[in-house]
Design a protein around this ligand. Structure first.
Ligand SMILES: NC(=O)c1ccc[n+]([C@@H]2O[C@H](COP(=O)([O-])OP(=O)(O)OC[C@H]3O[C@@H](n4cnc5c(N)ncnc54)[C@H](OP(=O)(O)O)[C@@H]3O)[C@@H](O)[C@H]2O)c1
Length: 316
C-alpha cells in the first residue's frame, strides 16, 4: 500500500518521465500479433503479457517507478494487453493502476488481479475483508468491470470463489479463476477446476519445469479453461542455466533470437496456454518478451529439441 505522500510523488514522477525510447514503441506490426481465444467466450488475447511480482514488485516498492511506466507503455504500444497483478504484490497493483491512468492506458489493459485475505497455511477468509479487497482493486485499477479476478493460491476457495462469482453475476468481473504454482497443490487445483465453473487458471510452466503439462494443462483443455502461465523463466533459474551461452541457430528459424523469446515461445506453443505473463522491471526486456508474441511458434518436434537442450544444461 502506498502512503499519500508516496502516491503523489509517484504521480509527479510518472507524469514527468521522459518518453519511452522510440525504438521500444510500435516496434512490431500489431496485425501480426499471435492471440489465443479464451475458451468460454472466444475473446482473443495476446499470448504474451506482463507479470508484476518479482523485480517489478521491488521497483514498485522503491523510490523511482519511472522504469515501470516504460514497461507498461512498451507492453501496450506493442499490442500487449494482459497485466497480471495482485493486492499482495506490495505496491504493484496500485502503481500499475496509477501508471495506466496517467498514460491513458487503463481501458486498453486486460487487468488480471487476485483475491486473498486468508491466513497462510489453510486459514479462512473473512468475507467482509475479502469484499473490501475487491473494492480496493476497483479503486486502484480504475476499471469496472475488472477483466479477471482469481483466488490467489487456492486460498479458502469456498468463501473467496463465492464472492467473486457474485461479482461476476453482477457484471463487475468478466472472468474468474484460481491460481497455484505449488506442485504439492496440483491435486487441489484439479479439484477446483472440476468443482467450480471457472474461466481461467494461473499455473507455473517453463521449459525446465514441465509437470503442469502432464495433468493441469490437459485438464484445462478438456474443461475449456483458459491458462495464464506463471514463472516462465523460473525467476532467475533459467537465466543462470544459460549464462554465457548463445541461443542456438536453429531457434532463430522460429524467431527466437534471444533466450527470453526461446523460453516464452516454448510455453506459448503448448495448445492449452492462453497467455504467458513474465515479470520484468525493464522496458527493453518487455520489448524482448512481447517480441515472442510475433512470428512463429515452435512445432512439437522443435519443442522436444528445446527440452533436450535445456535438460542437458547444468542445473541452476
Ligand atoms: N500463485 C500465483 O498467483 C503466482 C505465483 C508466481 C507468479 N505469478 C505471476 O507470474 C508472473 C511471472 O512470474 P515471476 O515474476 O515469478 O518470474 P519470471 O517471470 O519467471 O521471471 C522474472 C525474472 O526474469 C527477468 N526477466 C524478465 N524478462 C527478461 C528478459 N527478456 N531478459 C532477461 N531477464 C528477464 C526479470 O528481471 P528484470 O526485471 O531484470 O527483467 C525477473 O528477474 C509474476 O510476476 C506474477 O504476476 C503468480
Amino acid at each position: 500500500m502506498l502512503t499519500r505522500r508516496k502516491y503523489l510523488k509517484n504521480s509527479a514522477m510518472i507524469a514527468a518521465a521522459c518518453a519511452v525510447p522510440t525504438e521500444l514503441l510500435r516496434a512490431f506490426d500489431s496485425g501480426d500479433l499471435i492471440t489465443r481465444a479464451i475458451p468460454r467466450t472466444g475473446e482473443k488475447i495476446p499470448i504474451v503479457g506482463l507479470g508484476t511480482s518479482a523485480t517489478f514488485r521491488s521497483v514498485a516498492q522503491g523510490d523511482d517507478v519511472t522504469a515501470l511506466r516504460g514497461v507498461i507503455e512498451t507492453l501496450v504500444d506493442n499490442g500487449g494487453t494482459v497485466l497480471d497483478t495482485a493486492p499482495s504484490y506490495g505496491a504493484s497493483e496500485e502503481v500499475c493502476g496509477q501508471i495506466a491512468r496517467k498514460t491513458g492506458n487503463t481501458d486498453k489493459i486486460f487487468w488480471a488481479t487476485k483475491i486473498n485475505v486468508a491466513r497462510r497455511g489453510g486459514g479462512t477468509a473473512d468475507p467482509a475483508a475479502a469484499q473490501a479487497q475487491v473494492e480496493r482493486s476497483f479503486a486502484r485499477l480504475g476499471k469496472d468491470p475488472i477483466d479477471l479476478i482469481q483466488v490467489h493460491n487456492l486460498a479458502d476457495i469456498p468463501t473467496q470463489m463465492g464472492i467473486i462469482k457474485e461479482y461476476q453475476e453482477d457484471g463487475r468481473i468478466r472472468y474468474i479463476g484460481t491460481t497455484s504454482t505449488n506442485r504439492r497443490r496440483y491435486a487441489d487445483l484439479e479439484k477446483a477446476m472440476r468443482d467450480y465453473r471457472i474461466d481461467f487458471i494461473g499455473v507455473d510452466y517453463a521449459v525446465d519445469n514441465r509437470l503442469s503439462a502432464k495433468t493441469i494443462l490437459p485438464l484445462a483443455q478438456e474443461l475449456g479453461i483458459a491458462v495464464l502461465v506463471y514463472i516462465p523463466f523460473g525467476r532467475k533459474r533459467l537465466w543462470s542455466r544459460v549464462r554465457g551461452m548463445d541461443v542456438p541457430d536453429w531457434a532463430q528459424e522460429f524467431g527466437a533470437d534471444s533466450w527470453g523469446k526461446f523460453f516464452i515461445k516454448y510455453v506459448a506453443a503448448h495448445p492449452a496456454v492462453t497467455c504467458v505473463t513474465p515479470a520484468t522491471s525493464k522496458p527493453k526486456n518487455m520489448l524482448d518478451n512481447i517480441g515472442a508474441a510475433y512470428g512463429e511458434l515452435p512445432d512439437a518436434a522443435t519443442r522436444k529439441m528445446m527440452e533436450e537442450l535445456v535438460d542437458g544444461l547444468p542445473s541452476a
